[in-house]
Design a protein around this ligand. Structure first.
Ligand code: NAD
Length: 357
C-alpha cells in the first residue's frame, strides 16, 4: 500500500521562477523596503539569536559557505558560494539556497532559492545601514562594480534612502552598459562613468561591489573626501578586500558581527582590537550612527546569517495563498514513525522480498 505523506512532511519550495514572480507580485521596491524592515526587526532581537561566523570551505577558485542561525523558535541556514572567475564561464559569482525549520520538532518549513534573494537582502541591508549612516540629504551614489548585485543596490538606496542619481563604473564597460539599460525607467538618473574617480565625484554614498579574490584597491585614500558614507560589500572573504587600509584608518567602521567581519571584511587589514561599532546597537539607538557631517562612515559588509533568516522569514510570510511554491516530498513520513523500513519495503509492492531478505 502506498504511503501518503502528511501535510507536515511536504516542504514548500520556492524556485527561481517563483521568486521572480513573487518579486513582480509585490513590486521590487516594496520587497526591498519590507525586507529592510524584517532585517531591522531581527537585529533588534539580537540577543535571541544563535550567532556564529559562517563555516567556510576555501579553494583557489572561491569559497563555499554555510550560514546557520536560530531565534529559538525557527532555525535557518543558507548555502552560498563565491567564485569571482565564474562569470567568464557564463556562471554566477554567487549562488545560494536556504532553509527554515521549526526548532520544536526540527521539521523544515521552507526551502528556497536564494541567489536572487541574497542580492535583495544584501541591498536591503546596505540601504538600511545607509539610512542610519549616510549624510543627511544624500542624493547621489557611486557604484563601483556593476555586476549581479549592482541594480539591486541602486533600487534599494532609491526606495529606502531616497537617492535620485547613481554614477556607475566597472572595469568592464559591458557590465556598466547592462546596468544602465536595466535601470532605465527606474526613475533614477543613471550616469555611465569612464573611471572610478569620475564615478565618485560628487557622490554622497560610495558602494563598492567588485569581485576579485585578492587584496584589491578599488578606492585609494585620496579618492575619499570627508562626509561620505562607504558601503563596501565586495570584500567578504579572507584575502579579498576592496579598500586601501588608510581609508579604514580615517573611517568610523560599522559591522554586522565582529567575529565574522574581522576574518572576512575590510578590517582583516587592521589589528584585531581596532574599534568597530555593531549595527544592532545603531538600529536600537544604543549607539549613535553618524555623528557629524565631516565623518566618513564605512559599512564593512560581509553578509550575516541573521539577514538571510530575515529574508526567508519574509518570503514565508508572503507566500500565503500566492501558490508560488511547489510542495516537495522531502521528508520520509511512514504512517508508523518507527516503521521507516516497512515503508521502504511496501513501496516495492510485490517485490518486497528482496529488501526483507
Ligand atoms: P559579479 O561578478 O557579478 O560582478 C562584479 C563586477 O565587478 C564585475 O562586473 C567586474 O567586472 C567588476 N570589477 C572587478 N574588479 C573591478 C575593479 N577593480 N573596478 C571596477 N569593477 C571591477 O559579482 P556580484 O554578484 O555583483 O558580487 C559583487 C561582490 O559582492 C562579490 O565580491 C561578492 O562576493 C560580494 N557580495 C557580498 C555580499 C555581502 O553581503 N556583503 C553579498 C553578495 C555578494
Amino acid at each position: 500500500m502506498a504511503n501518503t505523506p502528511s501535510k507536515l512532511a511536504m516542504v514548500p519550495f520556492v524556485s527561481v521562477d517563483h521568486m521572480m514572480r513573487l518579486i513582480h507580485l509585490i513590486g521590487i521596491e516594496t520587497f526591498l523596503s519590507d525586507l529592510a524592515t524584517y532585517i531591522e526587526q531581527d537585529f533588534l532581537r539580537w540577543d535571541l539569536f544563535d550567532k556564529t561566523p559562517r563555516v567556510a570551505s576555501h579553494s583557489a577558485e572561491g569559497v563555499i559557505e554555510l550560514m546557520p542561525t536560530s531565534d529559538g523558535e525557527v532555525y535557518g541556514f543558507k548555502y552560498v558560494n563565491g567564485h569571482p572567475k565564474n562569470t567568464s564561464a557564463g556562471l554566477q559569482t554567487v549562488t545560494a539556497f536556504g532553509l527554515l525549520a521549526n526548532v520544536s520538532n526540527g521539521y523544515p518549513v521552507l526551502l528556497s532559492e536564494m541567489t536572487i534573494l541574497t542580492a535583495l537582502r544584501t541591498a536591503a541591508m546596505s540601504a538600511l545601514v545607509g539610512r542610519h549612516l549616510a549624510p543627511e540629504g544624500a542624493q547621489t551614489m557611486a557604484i563601483i562594480g556593476n555586476g549581479a548585485q549592482c541594480e539591486f543596490q541602486a533600487l534599494a538606496f532609491k526606495a529606502i534612502c531616497g537617492i535620485t542619481s547613481v554614477r556607475l563604473f566597472d572595469i568592464d564597460p559591458v557590465a556598466t552598459k547592462k546596468a544602465t539599460r536595466n535601470l532605465a525607467g527606474s526613475g533614477l538618473d543613471v550616469v555611465d562613468c569612464a573611471t572610478a574617480e569620475a564615478a565618485i565625484t560628487g557622490a554622497d554614498i560610495i558602494t563598492t561591489c567588485t569581485a576579485d579574490k585578492q587584496l584589491a584597491t578599488i578606492l585609494t585614500d585620496n579618492m575619499v573626501g570627508s562626509g561620505v558614507h562607504i558601503n563596501a560589500i565586495g570584500g567578504d572573504c579572507p584575502g579579498k578586500t576592496e579598500l586601501h587600509r588608510d581609508i579604514l584608518l580615517r573611517s568610523d567602521i560599522f559591522v554586522e558581527f565582529p567575529p565574522q567581519t574581522r576574518v572576512e571584511g575590510e578590517i582583516q587589514q587592521l589589528a584585531q582590537d581596532h574599534p568597530v561599532t555593531e549595527l544592532w546597537q545603531v538600529f536600537s539607538g544604543a549607539t549613535k550612527g553618524r555623528k557629524d557631517a565631516r565623518q566618513i562612515t564605512l559599512f564593512d559588509s560581509v553578509g550575516f546569517a541573521v539577514e538571510d533568516f530575515s529574508a526567508l522569514r519574509y518570503v514565508r510570510d508572503r507566500l500565503g495563498d500566492t501558490g508560488l511554491y511547489l510542495e516537495l516530498d522531502m521528508l520520509a513520513d511512514p504512517d508508523d514513525p518507527r516503521d521507516l523500513f516497512g515503508m521502504v519495503q511496501r513501496a516495492a509492492g510485490g517485490d518486497s522480498a528482496e529488501l526483507a531478505g
